[in-house]
Ligand binder design. Structure first.
Ligand code: ARG
Length: 470
């Protein structure tokens, strides 16, 4: 028989009955999470109230206990909302801080709250509740970004821009069409977030520490109270996996990656050597040494912060990969990357929506770049094909015409009809219709094409889809 361990006087913890010596201050700080998980305080209170109501309905606690818990939680809610709650490192995490305060306020009822549950299913529930709100907010912010993007796309539904492949002029597109590519990317982002929300919306509570509980709980009731679609079907899985957090960070990473690509384009377009756009001063900074500089700091930071969000994704994947079932304290490390990813995406989308309205477009510079790039060469090849020439031969003929135009330092449309006919007798005076930028754009008149009419139709479809979802 071993002696029961001595109760230590200092820093009595919810679990310290089992321990013979207190932890050092460093270990206390090392193992505590209250400095960051207090962000889930309101979710924690919400989850506890639903749990307590279920316990009372099931006659596991008394109606009086429930009334005490509700009264105490209402006060704590107010303290947290007013930022008056006193967080204590000795109480380790958000859950124990709130439980301790509750017990101080209402006595034994506070001590009964934890019946039939564990911090393991409690924290898994809190994160899911927190993420649900974060996703709803992010989806709204994406919609705001998209609305401004569609407005700019509409203004420039017919503004010619050199479309690039390999960062070289390829074919004319409209600036509106180019922007709509980002609408499509972010539309899929929204769908991904919605999908992630759908999958995470299952209640872990009831799993308790790992095996479930011996009390006659009603998980379905708690799920309904908290707006979950159902309950996690396996208690071990419920307390231990964080795949929903990983999915969320993957969604965030893709959204940031899309915005990072757009940022790279904004940076390129506002480079004085390109000059396609200018960005409002409020998104740029100057140089402390070079007076002429206007640096696109915000797009550069979006590009940079994308690395940070991808880092969160990798952190969570790495956190998970070696964990045996069920709960391990490793999981406490899930929150900071998760919160940081959510904060970064929220801030980025908020700023980006405004930045879109701060873009001024320089159509002359775009057109000049098109003229220099022989952007309608493919249209000439298509023209010859329509006159009966096999495409490979047409490609060859046009390549020779481009070389001649290059040598003469003119655009294809500047060659005379006679000069053109030297390359192929199939060429007639109607060739000039296809060599103009407007002709090239208008010809791509099918769903997904860059013809201004198609761009306008795509914007209308996007607007009605946006109207439906928000
Ligand atoms: N702060 C902990 C976390 O974030 C709560 C769960 C702790 N559970 C435990 N058995 N130590 O994961």
């Amino acid at each position: 028989m071993t002696e029961p361990p001595q109760q230590n006087d200092s820093g009595h913890k919810a679990w310290s009955g089992r321990f013979a010596e207190p932890v050092s201050d460093l270990v206390k700080r090392y193992t505590a999470s209250v400095s960051f998980d207090r962000r889930m305080a309101l979710q924690d209170i919400r989850g506890s109230l639903a749990h307590a109501r279920m316990l009372a309905r099931q006659s596991i606690i008394s109606a009086q206990d429930l009334a005490d818990i509700e009264r105490g939680m209402e006060q704590i809610h107010g303290e947290v909302a007013r930022d008056e709650f006193v967080w204590n490192l000795d109480d380790e995490d958000v859950h124990l801080n709130i439980e301790k305060r509750l017990t101080a306020l209402v006595g034994d009822a506070g001590k009964r709250l934890h019946t039939g549950r564990s911090r393991n299913d409690q924290v898994a529930t809190d994160i899911r509740l927190w993420l649900r709100d974060a996703i709803d907010e992010i989806v709204e912010l994406i919609a705001g970004f998209q609305r401004n993007l569609l407005d700019l796309a509409e203004t420039h539904a017919a503004t010619p821009l050199p479309g690039f492949t390999h960062l070289q002029v390829a074919q004319p597109v409209t600036f509106g069409h180019h922007l709509l590519a980002y609408y499509e990317m972010t539309r899929r982002d929204t769908a991904r977030f919605a999908d992630c929300r759908h999958r995470l919306n299952q209640l872990p509570l009831g799993a308790a520490a790992l095996a479930g509980t011996s009390f006659a709980i009603d998980r379905g009731y708690v799920a309904k109270e908290l707006g979950f679609d159902g309950v996690c079907e396996n208690s071990l899985d419920a307390v231990s996996d964080r795949d929903f957090a990983i999915e969320f960070c993957a969604c965030c990473s893709l959204t940031m990656t899309h915005l990072s690509r757009l940022s790279e384009e904004l940076i390129l377009w506002m480079n004085p050597a390109v000059g396609f756009i200018d960005l409002a001063d409020r998104f740029c900074t100057g140089s402390s040494i070079m007076p002429q500089k206007k640096n696109p700091d915000v797009p550069e930071l979006v590009r940079g912060k994308t690395g940070r969000v991808v880092g969160s994704l990798v952190a969570l994947l790495t956190l998970m990969k070696g964990q045996p079932l069920a709960y391990n304290k490793d999981n406490q490390e899930d929150k900071e990357p998760l919160f940081d990813a959510a904060d970064t995406v929220r801030d980025t989308l908020t700023i980006y929506a405004d930045m879109i309205t701060g873009i001024s477009v320089k159509p002359e510079a775009m057109r000049a770049a098109l003229a220099k790039g022989y952007a309608t060469a493919t249209d000439l090849a298509d023209y010859l094909v329509k006159k009966g020439m096999p495409f490979r031969d047409a490609h060859e003929v046009v390549a020779r015409a481009v070389r001649a135009a290059e040598a003469a330092e003119v655009d294809l449309a500047d060659l005379t009809l006679a000069q053109m006919q030297a390359f192929s007798a199939l060429i007639g005076p109607d060739v000039f219709d296809v060599l103009t930028v407007e002709g090239s754009l208008a010809a791509r008149n099918h769903v997904g094409g860059t013809a201004p009419a198609q761009v306008r139709a795509a914007i209308a479809r996007a607007r009605s889809a946006l109207g439906k979802t928000t």
